[in-house]
Design a protein around this ligand. Structure first.
Ligand code: GDP
Ligand code: MG
Length: 163
């Protein structure tokens, strides 16, 4: 059995913080600044009796938006190849950016199951702001705060259901 879930998204949306929260580890490096090269990280998650591997694909290189776009493209390709389910993490604090749009465009074309994770929903107002992510044209949007853990239970319920 190999259930694999990959986390993708542009820098700074909170992918590594989410990875750490879901795997209850501190293995992914959380960075306040964009632009550090990192390898992929693998962790295990057990939820409702279902185990899966979680991949933080968040390694990227510093540089211009072009380089970002290129490395995110690479990330998404890895996820598409390796994962059964893709968590596409976006940031409710910053809203939808051009890079989010290009990732969404790639993901709309793949046959893998994708869940949109609207992160940094630390309070009720931000939950309301998160509806804008439905415009990305990907099925489900789950709101979470990777910092305080809210919403992660519902997200995990959904993920193990579709695995
Ligand atoms: P990554 O580049 O996508 O892996 O993002 P990181 O996990 O390194 O996080 C980038 C920044 O966002 C860090 O300063 C985190 O503390 C912050 N962050 C991550 N999750 C949350 C959240 O749920 N709420 C808030 N307010 N900040 C968050
Ligand atoms: Mg990261």
């Amino acid at each position: 059995m190999s259930n694999i879930v990959a986390i993708v998204g542009r820098p700074n949306v909170g992918k590594s913080t989410l990875f750490n929260r879901l795997t209850e580890s501190r293995r992914a490096i959380v960075d306040d600044e964009s632009g550090v090269t990192r390898d992929r990280l693998y962790g295990k998650v057990l939820w409702n009796g279902v185990e899966f591997s979680l991949i933080d694909t968040g390694g990227y290189v510093s540089g211009s938006d072009d380089i970002f776009e290129e490395s995110i493209r690479e990330q998404v390709h890895v996820a598409i190849e390796e994962a059964d389910v893709i968590m596409f993490v976006v940031d409710v604090e910053s809203g939808i950016t051009d890079l989010d749009q290009s990732v969404a465009q790639m993901l709309r074309r793949v046959s893998k199951k994708v869940v949109v994770v609207a992160n940094k929903v630390d309070n009720h107002q931000r939950a309301l702001d998160a509806v804008e992510f439905y415009s990305l044209g990907l099925d489900e949007v789950y709101t979470v705060s990777s910092v305080n853990g809210s919403g992660t239970g519902d997200l995990l319920d959904a993920v193990v259901n579709i695995l």
